[in-house]
Design a protein around this ligand. Structure first.
Ligand SMILES: *[C@@H]1O[C@H](CO)[C@@H](O)[C@H](O)[C@H]1NC(C)=O
Ligand SMILES: *[C@@H]1O[C@H](CO)[C@@H](O)[C@H](O)[C@H]1NC(C)=O
Ligand SMILES: *[C@@H]1O[C@H](CO)[C@@H](O)[C@H](O)[C@H]1NC(C)=O
Ligand SMILES: *[C@@H]1O[C@H](CO)[C@@H](O)[C@H](O)[C@H]1NC(C)=O
Ligand SMILES: *[C@@H]1O[C@H](CO)[C@@H](O)[C@H](O)[C@H]1NC(C)=O
Ligand SMILES: *[C@@H]1O[C@H](CO)[C@@H](O)[C@H](O)[C@H]1NC(C)=O
Ligand SMILES: *[C@@H]1O[C@H](CO)[C@@H](O)[C@H](O)[C@H]1NC(C)=O
Ligand SMILES: *[C@@H]1O[C@H](CO)[C@@H](O)[C@H](O)[C@H]1NC(C)=O
Ligand SMILES: *[C@@H]1O[C@H](CO)[C@@H](O)[C@H](O)[C@H]1NC(C)=O
Ligand SMILES: *[C@@H]1O[C@H](CO)[C@@H](O)[C@H](O)[C@H]1NC(C)=O
Ligand SMILES: *[C@@H]1O[C@H](CO)[C@@H](O)[C@H](O)[C@H]1NC(C)=O
Ligand SMILES: *[C@@H]1O[C@H](CO)[C@@H](O)[C@H](O)[C@H]1NC(C)=O
Ligand SMILES: [Cu+2]
Length: 657
């Protein structure tokens, strides 16, 4: 059964507090560059500046990826060693270094530009034995190419849209986009879609480090294959011997999400469901078992950095490797104090860096073949599969012997597979934040989220049930992004714009509840249903002040202000609540949305327009020239109905994201 049948209510309270003396979270300083800016040739051999292979670079040694810091000069060098991965760069006189304790929101070493080119194509592809004729891919590969950079580099990616019937945009999930909101890749908010046969260059600095993913934000496109991994090499809170390429875990279907989408809007039992699981593009829906499984070979006794990314449409997984433990060291882009576990819950859009200790806990006794199952277990009550149509959880094989073709005989522990986020108390950020206290009762006004019955557009005869974070489900105008409407003093209801003024020291608090069954007693015209939602904020990491399963307990909730977990996607528990806070230090228009594409398409989103006046000053005409060009090209393409997939049907049939 799809989980999607229920709706849910979320209440969102938004408020701001002024600076407080408790504030320990950096200054308003935006960038610190040590040494003089470099203007010479970054490729010169043996240049007098730090350059070194990324210690957690690609599996294949021939793909060595070299970090370069010409701006730092010769007194600087790399300081990452197998025994201590916390250090990144140090100055020879010992006076300064960039490491795991650096306040990366305010300081980073200035690296070099990294240029990438991505072509968006439509292509039939077969990941698990069944061809999907509606595939959409970056550079003819699924997942898309691994984009790599070193901490502090300037990432520049030119995206060329070679689709026939869709625009596209690319969002760099979890990247803060400090002072670069126009590079966030959300059509109708930060830009117009890139029209077919046109391109746009995204340019932003990698101020954070770790692993994430990039994906289309154009309607349901990412579900058809438009996503790929992106890593910024930097320090780690736990040590390892070798890095391994990212593990992209996703649920999958054999037809376009655009074809299934309308089923989200009408009553049960027609909700869209997925039917397969892929790890790095490998699945075995109709393939040979176990030949087509993802597999990974390790050497006993070594420690491997694994990067796990959940790019699912509708499934939270519990990731585990039979008879093995791993050390968790970052959640999303935030390094945490290392802790050991046998399994980890990975919600949609969430990422973990873990170190796999390649020593079986049983020392080999429990698997005769010496091979172990890698499992991606769809969490109970949090999966987008039909009952009876759930994929095998044994999605990969860990081997100690390259030559082995054995089928593992290992089994998993009896750990809980309940739908949940990673244990709140485990996620302790290495770099602490202190948030100015606020009482929960002061966090108003309230926005309630539920399902609203209404036609897609007022002029249409259909009448569907839409998700909404407040009174209005989001419905964007592809061709009229918020960033080109900054002179507005009023906002279209469908744009769901929440304005937030302030300065670098202003804190914004959001209380989100999904009252579910508890919602029946509240005073709303919307309906509420118990469903968990992975909520994602653009433009910021947020501190997670509280998270719980029972929204009726909210008035008595104790908020954690002293170094709470922080990340950019949080699972709002079914019937539950989350309270998050972030600092208004990044002018822009930032989407806050559920990461289940069916829900986002049906309106479960709002945009926080942060510091409109400052934004207007920042986004000069010169800076918006490219944004305007892309809009002109989009308008021209859109104006010709022969470009539309179905010229006799309405072009837009969802929120646009
Ligand atoms: C993508 O493909 C284009 C050619 O179509 C190529 O120039 C480019 O390098 C590829 N990008 C990546 C990241 O591999
Ligand atoms: C664009 O798509 C066409 C087919 O529709 C294909 O022939 C062409 O090679 C593609 N271009 C690129 C750069 O991939
Ligand atoms: C994919 O590209 C081909 C060739 O350009 C085109 O005929 C087909 O209609 C396209 N399909 C979609 C879904 O865009
Ligand atoms: C996008 O393309 C798909 C075909 O792949 C089509 O069904 C859908 O209507 C298009 N939607 C938009 C908004 O361009
Ligand atoms: C923001 O970007 C503009 C232009 O790219 C630049 O002039 C300005 O100094 C930047 N501001 C900050 C705070 O980085
Ligand atoms: C991916 O996220 C979804 C939704 O939150 C979750 O059900 C699934 O278990 C996650 N996958 C992994 C590998 O954790
Ligand atoms: C995790 O386990 C490894 C070895 O398996 C051990 O060296 C390390 O100290 C443990 N770390 C923690 C935080 O318990
Ligand atoms: C392991 O994976 C590789 C590459 O994906 C594949 O070619 C090979 O057949 C797999 N081997 C086994 C034994 O599963
Ligand atoms: C979370 O971790 C703490 C400390 O390890 C433990 O006491 C608690 O039972 C865990 N909670 C859950 C739900 O697993
Ligand atoms: C849509 O249908 C619901 C009942 O299914 C009804 O209450 C509501 O008034 C209808 N709305 C419109 C705009 O027709
Ligand atoms: C800005 O105002 C105009 C005129 O009222 C309106 O049409 C437009 O939708 C507004 N922009 C947004 C993003 O709401
Ligand atoms: C309940 O909703 C009605 C209609 O929106 C409103 O007039 C009334 O003030 C609300 N009552 C409370 C207690 O919020
Ligand atoms: Cu949702």
């Amino acid at each position: 059964m799809g989980l999607l049948e229920s709706c849910k209510a979320l209440a969102l309270y938004l408020t701001a507090l002024l600076p407080s003396s408790l504030l320990e979270y950096g200054s308003s300083l935006h960038q610190v560059t040590f040494g003089s800016p470099f203007t010479g040739d970054v490729h010169r051999p043996g240049g007098h500046f730090p350059q070194f292979p990324a210690p957690n670079g690609p599996d294949d040694p021939s793909e060595e990826f070299v970090c370069k810091y010409p701006s730092l000069g010769k007194q600087w060098s790399s300081c990452s060693t197998a025994d201590d991965r916390t250090c990144w760069l140090k100055n020879s006189d010992g006076s300064k270094q960039f490491d795991i304790n650096t306040d990366y929101e305010n300081q980073w070493p200035e690296g070099i530009p990294r240029d990438y080119y991505l072509v968006v194509n439509n292509q039939t592809f077969n990941a698990d034995g069944i061809a999907n004729p509606d595939g959409k891919v970056f550079n003819d590969s699924y997942p898309g190419p691994w984009i790599k950079a070193c901490w502090g580099d300037l990432i520049r990616v030119t995206v060329f849209n070679n689709l026939t019937f869709n625009g596209t945009t690319v969002h760099w999930h979890g990247f803060r986009q400090l002072n670069s909101t126009e590079m966030d890749g959300v059509n109708g908010v930060t830009q117009c879609p890139i029209a077919p046969q046109h391109s746009y260059t995204y340019e932003f600095r990698a101020t954070q480090y770790g692993t994430s993913w990039y994906h289309s934000h154009y309607s349901l496109q990412y579900a058809d294959g438009l996503h790929g991994p992106i890593t910024v090499f930097g320090p780690s809170s736990a040590s390892y011997d070798e890095g391994r390429n990212p593990l992209i875990i996703t649920d999958w279907n054999h037809r376009s999400a655009f074809k299934d989408w309308q089923r989200e809007l009408v009553p049960k039992p027609s909700f869209p469901t997925m039917n397969s699981v892929l790890i790095n593009g490998h699945g075995n829906f109709a393939g040979a078992f176990p030949r087509d499984k993802f597999n990974m070979t390790v050497t006993k006794g070594k420690k491997y950095l694994l990067r796990i990314i959940n790019t699912s449409v509708d499934t939270t997984y519990i990731f585990s490797i039979d008879n093995h433990e791993f050390t968790v060291m970052s959640s999303d882009f935030v390094p945490v104090q290392p802790y050991n576990v046998s399994h980890i819950a990975v919600g949609i859009g969430q990422r973990y860096h873990v170190v796999l200790n390649a020593v079986p806990l049983d020392n080999g006794a429990l698997s005769a073949t010496g091979d172990y199952w890698i499992r991606a277990i769809p969490a109970d009550g949090c999966k987008g599969f039909e009952t009876g149509n759930e994929p095998d959880e044994r999605q990969g094989i860990l081997r100690y012997d390259d030559e082995s073709r054995g089928v593992p005989t290992s089994f998993r522990d009896g750990f809980s597979t309940a739908c949940r986020d990673e244990n709140y108390t485990h996620l302790v950020p290495v770099l602490p934040w202190k948030i100015p206290p606020a009482s929960i009762s002061s966090l108003t006004p309230e926005f309630d989220i539920g399902k609203v019955n209404r036609p897609a557009r007022p002029e249409r005869a259909d009448n569907f049930s839409w998700w909404a974070m407040g009174d209005h489900p989001l419905w964007l105008d592809f061709g009229r992004p918020t960033l080109l409407d900054l002179h507005n003093t009023t906002w279209n209801n469908d744009s769901v714009v929440i304005t937030q003024d302030g300065d670098d020291d202003t804190w914004v608090y959001l209380v989100i509840t999904g009252p579910g069954n508890n919602g029946a007693s509240t005073n709303h015209t919307r309906s509420f249903f118990p469903v968990a939602h992975p909520m994602h904020l653009h433009g910021h990491d947020f501190a997670l002040l509280a998270q719980g399963n029972d929204s009726s307990k909210l008035p008595d909730v104790k908020l954690k202000f002293d170094n709470p977990p922080r990340r950019d996607v949080v699972l709002l528990p079914s019937n539950g609540y989350v309270v998050v806070a972030f600092k208004a230090d990044n002018p822009g228009s930032w989407l806050f949305h559920c990461h289940i594409p069916w829900h986002a398409s049906s309106g479960l989103a709002l945009q926080i327009l942060e510091r409109q006046a400052d934004l207007q000053k920042m986004l000069t005409d010169a800076r918006l020239a490219e944004t305007r060009r892309v809009c002109r090209e989009w308008d021209a393409w859109y104006a010709d109905p022969s470009n539309h997939w179905n010229a006799s049907a309405p072009f837009q049939d969802d929120s646009g994201i």
